[in-house]
Design a binder for this molecule. Structure first.
Ligand SMILES: Cc1cc2nc3c(=O)[nH]c(=O)nc-3n(C[C@H](O)[C@H](O)[C@H](O)COP(=O)(O)OP(=O)(O)OC[C@H]3O[C@@H](n4cnc5c(N)ncnc54)[C@H](O)[C@@H]3O)c2cc1C
Length: 495
């Protein structure tokens, strides 16, 4: 049967992103969103990876002007980790360690101990709290190749709602109470308001409820709690202080029983403590959070379960966002993965002439399952090798975190150091973090390895020159506030 109509169940960032992507790529498709005003949205999810701007601006080519006016993002160049024994280290979205500076015998990672800073422009800018470099005329070079966003969740969702409506997506405020199925096919949704509604394909974007995939089709859930021990977050905003710069990066700070994010928006800063409730009570966690963040105002608690459904496309249901799986936001991957899900679904429908067969669904499920597992494995190394604190939680993480698919990557690193050869075999070309991500974390946490390289005098001189040029460019960089002024100037034109 050719799919002609799609119901998206859920109007959070996942539901709207899926609906926008489908309608943009398949304009003839009837796409309807059902979202429940009683249930509402999760209301968190504020840091992205560079895949998010690439999805909206390059793949979907949606107008930049409206995006900036409505979503009001600020820019994120990477993550600053207060992790391991160094005061901090920066994981930049630009390439630092998985490349070779011309003239060096080995790739940059082998020279990390010489001096960890200024390996690339992104890291140099992060170091100096700058967002963009400048051209010869002194104007900030606002390019988004290695840049992600910080966006307040409510502003993002309200932008998405506007954009969906503009594209012709029908949006209905309805709560789905009951679902009828025949085998693995959903046949009809029963609405609390009394009616029923049906479509050819159902996108389950109902958040943690996973109303269609989890609750109705009872798909198996692969629990990640053997690896990721955290299950709760306390979240609280604080006002930006006078003269406090807008940081162009997310901070991830080690806490006694987990870690705490800092995300800078234009007018306020959001902090959130992700912790393991098996190690600390909610009250103790809140006390530690407030003691380290005395300016935080009202807080709220969110519980979560880490893991993914075995298959996310079953029969005529395909789940996206939290309805398909969830991992804690240590690498801010949820918005990235839901963009990827939406894009892969749209491409699958285009290539199959909207008649997806069983092998296509198998391929999709395998591809998505691998992406979720890679995120779990990458996060596992963050926990296994963070030796900043000696609390029972962190001792447990160091002793008990299995590395799963990252075990070989780690063993290779331990034996060979920051060599790029691991890329060929141990790291999938589809891995979202790649060698750069692994090297940034291994080197930042100072995970020991055997094959050290002693740079020659000539190499030292090359390094010094390379870093001098980066530092010069970064020192002249433009701050987030300055770049915001530039893109808000009526004369500004997006490339
Ligand atoms: C503490 C925390 C921090 C996070 N930080 C980040 C981050 O920094 N970066 C990042 O990328 N991600 C982050 N995330 C994840 C991110 O918030 C979500 O993955 C993302 O917002 C997608 O949510 P969603 O749309 O799947 O679910 P939701 O926002 O929960 O939306 C679900 C929708 O389904 C509707 N619905 C549910 N049941 C029914 C029903 N029966 N009938 C009708 N409608 C229904 C709801 O009304 C709602 O509209 C974080 C998550 C948590 C918990």
């Amino acid at each position: 049967m050719k799919i002609q109509s799609i119901i998206v169940l859920g109007g959070g960032s996942a539901g709207f992103t899926a609906a926008i992507t489908l309608k943009r790529i398949l304009p003839q498709m009837n796409v309807t969103i059902l979202r429940s005003p009683e249930i509402g949205i999760i209301g968190v999810g504020e840091g992205t990876t560079p895949f998010f701007p690439s999805h909206f601006h390059q793949f979907l080519k949606l107008p930049m002007k409206e995006f900036y006016e409505r979503a009001q993002p600020t820019w994120k160049l990477g993550i600053r980790f207060l992790w391991g024994q160094q005061e901090f280290f920066d994981y930049s979205f630009d390439q630092q360690f998985a490349k070779r500076t011309p003239g060096l015998a080995k790739n940059n990672g082998f020279y990390h101990e010489e001096s960890p800073a200024d390996w690339c422009l992104g890291a140099g800018l992060m170091e100096r709290s700058k967002a963009f470099s400048r051209n010869e005329r002194g104007t900030p070079e606002i390019t988004l190749n290695t840049t992600a966003y910080h966006i307040e969740n409510t502003k993002l969702v309200s932008y998405l709602e506007w954009q969906a409506a503009e594209l012709g997506v029908i949006i209905q405020n309805e709560t789905v109470e009951q679902v009828d199925r025949e085998g693995e096919e959903i046949t009809v949704l029963h609405l609390r308001s009394g009616g029923t509604i049906a479509a050819d394909l159902y996108v389950d974007a109902s958040g943690f409820a996973s109303k269609l995939l989890g609750q109705t089709l009872n798909e198996n859930f692969h629990d990640f709690s053997d690896t990721l021990f955290c299950d709760s977050a306390i979240i609280g905003p604080r006002q930006r202080q006078e003269n406090e710069e807008i940081q162009p990066f997310t901070t991830a700070e080690t806490m006694d029983h987990g870690w705490c994010w800092r995300i800078d928006h234009e007018h306020h800063i959001n902090r959130g403590y992700v912790y393991a409730s098996s190690f600390v009570s909610d009250e103790q966690a809140e006390a530690e959070f407030r003691q380290k963040n005395p300016l935080v105002q009202q807080t709220r608690l969110v519980r979560f379960r880490s893991g993914r459904y075995a298959r996310s496309w079953v029969g005529n249901v395909i789940a996206v966002g939290n309805a398909a799986g969830f991992v804690e936001p240590l690498e801010a991957t949820a918005l990235m993965i839901l963009c990827g899900q939406s894009r892969s679904l749209a491409e699958a429908l285009v290539d199959s002439d909207a008649q997806p067969g069983p092998m296509l669904k198998n391929m999709y499920n395998r591809f998505m399952g691998e992406r979720w597992d890679e995120i779990r494995d990458f996060l596992a190394i963050h926990y296994r090798f963070n030796n900043r604190l000696d609390t029972p939680f962190w001792q447990h993480c160091r002793e008990k975190t299995p590395l799963h698919g990252a075990e070989e990557i780690y063993q290779f690193y331990r034996e060979n150091g920051p060599s790029m050869l691991a890329n060929a075999i141990f790291i999938s070309p589809n891995d979202q973090f790649g060698a750069e991500g692994y090297l940034a974390m291994f080197l930042g946490m100072q995970v020991p390895y055997q094959k050290k390289h002693q740079p020659s005098e000539q190499e030292r001189a090359i390094l010094q020159q390379h870093k001098h040029l980066i530092a010069q460019q970064a020192n002249r960089g433009a701050s987030v506030s300055e770049a915001l002024q530039v893109v808000r100037d009526p004369r500004w034109r997006w490339a």
